[in-house]
Design a protein around this ligand. Structure first.
Ligand SMILES: Nc1ncnc2c1ncn2[C@@H]1O[C@H](COP(=O)(O)OP(=O)(O)OP(=O)(O)O)[C@@H](O)[C@H]1O
Length: 484
């Protein structure tokens, strides 16, 4: 089927409605995507072969493949011409193709524009290679831009256009405005991925690309991502980490969680497993480190970041203790970083601390971060009175203050985003910070129900595991599992 027909079909109202159903649902059911949309899309998409592509400059080479800039020799295949990127993946190619297709269906703007993936078994080396195709987004990753001495001003020009940021003199306030824009764009992309059930697991400046077309940052390299809605690439006890950016928990799911059950069961279980483990907070930690690097020039290179990681670990991941340590050193880079983070009553520093926490459960989610006062400013005069109140309430809620909880719930009931109420995301985040000792009857009942749900999830998954391992004949007894 030609690319034109495919494009026309995907533009029809019916498919648009199907797509929007998946996107709008937020917690979109994985089986809907896997068993309806994916096969439907498969029917209509154009077929590529390696002969349709001409490879150009090598863009990168990782442990699992080589990436080239490329162009299409068969122009019929795509309606919109333009340079492409080809990854010849020798391992995990099929998984990366799945992730990219899923993202294209559910949240296409968050990641590089994926075109197609196909298996090439005609390689001269005699082994199968998976070819993955994207549109070429641009020449610079966030890592390239951060390596430039003029960062973050070099990004301002890309996002706003030349000379457009000149309303402010060069200094912390202008830098803060640029960092805020970059962070908001990456958080929005992550929030979309997470609401689709995907955890990236390799968020780092090298995997964030500036798209020249949309003039914004997008995420690339979904090779290590896990799709928890359908259990793809989810192996609880092993995956490759980039130690520079990975969160201390190392595994995104509890290692007690059995390996992924078949897709249809995983789809049903995933909301439970997600709530139990909050795996998305792994990505938030990595993004917190990127925020830190953007603010502090001395942490932008590998040795700076590695020594930061070491210092933080020695201080039990307490950012305040780290601050006390480095502020005593009186370095220009450190001063500059804190000047940025301390603006507007320290909202940047607050957000950073909420992202870089030892416990995943205590970390802010991408959606809650987007509603943080750091992003909600009242023009040149900084924070409004209501925003200051919000901020101090958010700070106090860290101390598990019941009174604050009461006030915040009142505020939420009486207000909206525009008049000062908390968003649902913020409230959710606060609730997560509140381990209660004594509970009401309602709360205890909820806790019991959750416990039961958790046990059921574990029993089903463990039984499925046994069946998968071929232990059906050996008396797989779910009742024994339940009792354990
Ligand atoms: N859509 C794209 N548009 C432009 N450049 C891209 C695109 N995708 C990837 N690149 C470039 O190719 C490089 C390698 O891509 P990617 O990270 O996906 O490959 P990889 O084999 O996983 O590499 P690594 O193992 O080093 O992470 C990126 O750093 C980027 O410069």
């Amino acid at each position: 089927m030609s690319g034109d027909i495919y494009r026309e079909f995907t533009d029809t109202p019916i498919l648009k409605r199907l797509y929007s159903h998946v996107t709008d649902a937020g917690v979109a059911p994985g089986f809907w995507d896997m068993f309806v949309l994916a096969p439907l899309e498969n029917l209509f998409r154009p077929r590529f072969r390696k002969e349709d592509l001409s490879l150009g400059k090598k863009l990168g080479e990782g442990a699992f493949g080589t990436v080239y800039k490329a162009s299409l020799t068969n122009k019929q295949l795509l309606k919109k011409d333009g340079p492409l990127v080809v990854k010849k993946a020798n391992e995990y190619g099929a998984v990366e193709a799945w992730m990219n297709e899923r993202v294209r269906r559910a949240c296409r703007k968050s990641c590089a524009d994926f075109v197609h993936g196909f298996l090439d078994d005609t390689s001269s080396k005699g082994k199968e290679e998976f070819w993955l195709l994207w549109r070429y987004e641009g020449k610079a990753t966030l890592a390239d831009l951060m390596a430039n001495k003029d960062f973050p001003y070099n990004v301002e020009e890309l996002i706003l256009g030349p000379g457009k940021g000149d309303d402010l003199p060069r200094g912390p306030e202008r830098q803060n405005r640029i960092l805020r824009t970059i962070l908001r764009q990456i958080l929005s992309a992550l929030a979309q991925l997470h609401s689709t059930g995907i955890v990236h697991r390799d968020v780092k400046p090298q995997n964030i690309i500036y798209s020249e077309d949309t003039k914004s940052f997008k995420i690339i390299d979904l090779g290590a991502a896990a799709d928890l809605r359908v259990g793809i690439n989810y192996i609880p006890k092993e995956f490759l980490l980039d130690p520079r950016y990975s969160a201390p928990e190392q595994y995104i799911m509890s290692t007690q969680t059995p390996s992924a059950p078949p897709p249809i069961i995983a789809a049903a279980l995933s909301p439970v497993l997600w709530q139990m483990n909050l795996p998305d907070r792994f990505d938030i930690y990595s993004l917190g480190l990127i925020f830190l690097q953007m603010a502090f020039p001395n942490l932008r290179n590998d040795s700076g970041l590695i020594s930061f990681n070491r210092q933080l670990k020695r201080r039990d991941y307490d950012m305040v203790q780290w601050r006390n340590l480095v502020e005593a050193k009186q370095s220009q880079d450190i001063r500059q970083g804190f000047e940025i983070l301390d603006m507007d009553g320290g909202v940047g520093w607050e957000l950073l601390k909420d992202m870089v926490r030892f416990k995943g459960r205590k970390r802010i989610s991408a959606n809650a971060a987007l509603a943080h006062p750091y992003f909600v400013r009242a023009g040149l005069f900084g924070l409004s009175g209501m925003q200051k109140l919000r901020l101090s309430l958010m700070r106090s809620s860290e101390q598990e203050n019941e009174g604050v909880d009461w006030v915040t719930s009142l505020m939420a009931k009486s207000g909206t985003e525009s008049v000062g109420g908390f968003t649902e995301a913020q409230l959710q985040n606060m609730r997560e910070k509140e381990p209660r000792r004594k509970g009401s009857i309602q709360r205890n009942a909820m806790a019991q129900a959750l416990k039961l749900q958790r046990k059921a999830a574990q029993t089903i998954a463990a039984t499925v595991d046994d069946i998968q391992k071929g232990e059906v004949g050996k008396r797989v007894n779910w009742w024994n599992r339940w009792q354990n």
